[in-house]
Design a protein around this ligand. Sequence first.
Ligand SMILES: [Mn+2]
Length: 322
Amino acid sequence: MGAYDIVGDVHGYADKLEGLLKALGYKDHDGTFRRAGSQVIFVGDLIDRGPQQVDTVNLVRSMVDAGTAQIVMGNHEFNAISYATENPDRPGDFMRSHEGEKGQTHQQDHKEFLEEFRFGSARHREVLSWFRTMPLWLSLDEIRIVHACWHEPSLHALRQALAASNGLSDEFIIEASTKGSGAHGLIETTLKGPELHLSDYGAPPFRDKGMRLRYDARIRWWDDRATTLREVAEIQLGALGEDMEPYPQLSRTPCDKSEALRYDDAVPVYFGHYWRSGAPTLAGTRTICVDYSAGSKAESLVAYRYEGSGDLSDENFVAFPG
Ligand SMILES: [Mn+2]
């Protein structure tokens, strides 16, 4: 077997991607990057945020079409599809609403993408049909890849739901975009990751990077040593509370929610989505996050080079700019 280079969330920064591919030894052959004996695996979230939406899609797509890369879907690709899927219960609106306050938030979320892929244009329709071909997870010979969380029972249920609705059909998108439906929960777990309600533990809400108040915290499912609320709940360093004061440290209450979500298979799983910072390190014993916040202008895009059998190591991360 050759090598796999698993690349983190690109979020519209084509220049960082090109720099990273070159640093990994890939060469541009007539617009398609290749390196003999290796393949790139993208963990999804190609779009939104950055200044080069079309360039990023084109670069990645040419590699996928040529077989020099594979990709799984991210929540941003899923949201883009949902934003363009008509809502049968609200004629004129879409599953990810364009109307009211929510609509404004959604428009803001997709601003950079929609500036380059004009809503309803041929280019927009075309890219969405490509997004629909993206698998939700990949299971290769020796490794697994998913955008946010590998949770076997959810993947099993998703497999059945997808078979029943003929893949990522409108029917599936509509169900998966409807809060409270089974498919919605499965997509949330797989593409956005599991969360816990802070109020269940008597903990207050916190503000995210965009200062939005969050009542749920992401679960650090990849961390096989996390057993208390403080360790299991992911709160960004320096996060603020509702009152704009520093968010208080969470308690050491045992947190059993991690049990069902703990990943303890022998097969390494690669994922993105979590906006990590600092020098790239293994997330857990067999869990590797490759998203180091490239969606922020100043941060690097990261890849992990997997060359088979050998032990997983922090040495295998490559960052651009390095
Ligand atoms: Mn994501």
